[in-house]
Design a protein around this ligand. Structure first.
Ligand code: ADP
Length: 478
């Protein structure tokens, strides 16, 4: 509205208030420039043609007379113009005044300056269909220049232009202006309404919903039609809300799982400890071992949670060293010996040459542990797990292969997420907390290492990562 108001005000000023002065100043400029052009070409061959052209184009009357008052050239397109017949004494008067003024004279005649008592032919002139009637009088202006030609003769160039009254034009414009103003106001009102409906209202609505979201209500859904950008914003926020609610659900689930996981070993520990206190015969190394194992399980769980928080908060830095990765994998697998013996698992290591890498040994070991743990937990009935080391160029790839159920393709992108578990039903047998792979991802990302999983449903999964191999440093070889 403000903008339209401003436009209208400008229109009013230029078209109506200042129209008259604009018109006059343009007329004056045209008259003077026409006169100057004639003066510049006074000696030229085509002067008559030029004068004719200027007179027609600019609607001015032009006369060129010599010092004796003889007419050299005369051109007029103005109707009822007595300027053409000015008497000699009048011409003489203009000439004298121009000479006094340095060769230039410019005069404007208002309507009031018309004097009917003056003799016929005396200047200012009356111009009109009915001579002598004031309503036909027109304002006019003259421009006079005197000069000496190269042959020594003095000439005077006289130009005259009528200023047509702009009153009727102003009146037309005024009426037009009122229509324009009314149309503009209605249009801007409609535009304002449209903008408010298309932009402001949906944004206000989205803002309200976003505030609800901020208070933790993740079930809100953003609505709002309108411009493409608003629809995109709505969709993005809806997506964010869905993702937030997923994280929230996972968090709740994790707390439930962790409490369950924490409670089970705690119950065992308390149970066994109480039995051992109350029944002296139960105080056996086996029972103590159970308490120790359960306490260890608790400690693993707590360490996992802490590790991940630290990794994700970015406070963990890498402690890089060059070490024998192949030997490290071998050592890790040997630590599973007891488990493999007792429960019939078989971990097969296809290694080849010894390969050295520059990495954080403790963290990479954790990655390998986590992947082998998962493979053992999820592998098939044959209880086979294969760890395969392969070298190509300056890269070494470690693959951990199981023969389990595999992971559905649509779940694959999520398994690296914190708290994510494909199987929502919490199984005590699968010890996991849903944190293992997030730790793997965080560590490998810190190392800028490539990693991924290839999984075929019903056939098993291959988790792999790749590190850059380096030449062993002396200290490592020793
Ligand atoms: P968890 O502690 O539950 O194993 P992870 O982060 O290690 O958590 O793994 C996330 C999920 O990915 C697991 O819950 C499981 O559903 C799936 N997953 C991980 N490794 C395998 C595997 N080798 N075979 C099948 N599914 C797997």
């Amino acid at each position: 509205m403000l903008f339209s108001g401003l436009l209208l005000a400008l229109l009013w000023l230029f078209q109506i208030v200042f129209l008259d002065s604009f018109y006059k100043s343009i007329k004056t400029r045209t008259l003077k420039s026409s006169g100057d052009m004639v003066v510049r070409n006074i000696e030229s061959q085509g002067l008559a043609e030029l004068v004719d052209q200027i007179a027609v184009q600019n609607n001015v009357s032009i006369r060129i007379v010599d010092s004796q008052g003889n007419e050299l050239l005369k051109e007029s397109t103005e109707s009822y113009n007595r300027f053409i017949d000015l008497p000699a004494w009048q011409l003489q008067d203009f000439y004298n005044r121009a000479q006094q003024n340095g060769g230039i004279l410019f005069e404007q005649f208002s309507k009031e300056s018309f004097d009917f008592t003056k003799k016929d032919g005396e200047f200012p002139l009356y111009i009109g269909k009915v001579p002598g009637k004031a309503e036909f009088m027109m304002e006019s202006m003259i421009y006079v220049r005197t000069l000496e030609k190269s042959d020594g003769t003095s000439v005077m160039v006289l130009l005259h232009s009528q200023i047509s009254p702009v009153n009727s034009t102003v009146e037309t414009l005024r009426v037009q202006f009122i229509y324009i103003a009314a149309i503009m106001l209605v249009l801007s009102l409609l535009l304002a309404l449209g903008i408010s409906r298309l932009i402001s209202a949906p944004i206000v609505q989205i803002n309200r919903t976003a505030k609800l979201l901020a208070t933790g209500n993740y079930d809100v859904r953003f609505t709002g039609q309108g411009y493409l950008e608003i629809r995109e914003l709505r969709d993005t926020l809806n997506y964010a809300a869905v993702e937030l609610s997923k994280v929230e659900a996972l968090r709740r689930e994790l707390i439930a799982n962790i409490s369950h996981d924490l409670r089970t070993p705690l119950t065992m520990i308390t149970g066994y400890a109480e039995v051992m206190r109350d029944l002296p015969g139960e105080n056996t190394p086996e029972n103590v071992q159970i308490i120790i194992d359960e306490a260890k399980r608790l400690s693993v769980l707590v360490t996992d949670i802490l590790d991940l928080s630290k990794l994700q908060a970015g406070v963990q830095t890498l402690n890089l060293s060059v070490y024998n990765l192949t030997q490290d994998v071998r050592d890790i697998i040997s630590r599973y010996a007891k488990l493999t013996e007792q429960r019939g698992y078989h971990i097969n290591f296809i290694s080849g040459e010894n390969v050295y890498v520059r990495a954080d040994q403790v963290k990479i070991s954790q990655v390998i542990y986590n992947l082998i743990n998962n493979a053992i937990n999820y592998t098939g009935e044959d209880k086979q797990v294969t760890v395969c080391q392969s070298v190509s160029g300056n890269k070494v790839k470690i693959e951990i292969i199981d023969t389990g159920e595999g992971i559905p393709a649509d779940k694959l992108p999520y398994i690296w997420d914190r708290y994510y578990k494909v199987d929502k039903v919490h199984k005590r047998s699968t010890v996991g907390t849903g944190l293992g792979l997030s730790i793997v991802r965080a560590v490998l990302e810190l190392h800028h290492a490539a990693f991924s999983v290839i999984s075929t449903e019903g056939q098993g999964s291959i988790f792999w990562f790749e590190l850059e191999r380096v030449e062993p440093e002396e200290i490592v070889v020793q």
